[in-house]
Design a protein around this ligand. Sequence first.
Ligand SMILES: Nc1ncnc2c1ncn2[C@@H]1O[C@H](COP(=O)(O)OP(=O)(O)O)[C@@H](O)[C@H]1O
Ligand SMILES: [Mg+2]
Length: 270
Amino acid sequence: MQPLIRVESLRKHYRDGRVLGSGHIVSAALNEVSFSIAPGSTLALVGESGSGKSTLALCLACLERPTSGRIWFGGRNIAALDEKQLRAVRPQIQLVFQDPASSLNPRLTALEIITEPLLLQQSWNRRETQERGFALLERVGLSPEMASRRAGEVSGGQRQRLAIARALSLEPKLLILDEALSALDCSVQAQIANLLLELQSSFALTYFFITHDLAMAAHLAEEIAVINRGRIVEQGIPEKLLGSPEHEATRCLVAAMPQSIVTSHTPGAC
Ligand SMILES: Nc1ncnc2c1ncn2[C@@H]1O[C@H](COP(=O)(O)OP(=O)(O)O)[C@@H](O)[C@H]1O
Ligand SMILES: [Mg+2]
């Protein structure tokens, strides 16, 4: 089967603030990153803080331009498209961040948050937009009474449900979840993880699930890639990665997990 997205030799270099000799110091946030994700499946990306996970998320969502390499999506290398061409691609690849408190406008109502991307597209009239908004609210497990509540007034879990509904409003093919569960309490994490699984089977969604939580990665993903200092150092099915990790970075992540989870592959000790 053709992958939904295929990343080839991706590099992203940042000029950091310091200057050495005649030029700026350049740091490599991503180095020769290659992988692909099959349609309808989940690839988890696991790595410690600063390893390049968010940089990769931003490159895939076409919000940062890679320094070099290719991102194949829908038969095109989207890393080479210009701004105008990217406008047609961006709705198909949506990103959910860790902290919806800062990524969602707290003054907007729940319904406004969900329907804003639809209004910007201008493809639906007011009634259709409202209907889609209420349908999405229900899909993410929120009651219709939530529609008029302001984002700043709802719980962290409810806000993350709103962020997911907003991300789904334009019917994307790929959802990138960048530490989307990390700020939530353990029981809320489990509920949203289950919601993600339900939505994936209903809408045949493809997920790129970014986390530093190997147990959650094993619960949600068919495959896990481990990133270390901007490089994918190991990739495989959860059983293989947890059972016989090969790279030092993977062994460190496994060693940080409670033993019961390593053997059962289920989250629950966050
Ligand atoms: N806009 C930026 N400018 C300069 N350096 C950056 C920028 N964004 C990220 N970096 C650097 O790239 C590396 C990877 O960061 P990031 O992708 O945020 O890692 P992670 O999400 O795994 O914590 C870090 O060393 C970080 O300091
Ligand atoms: Mg990050």
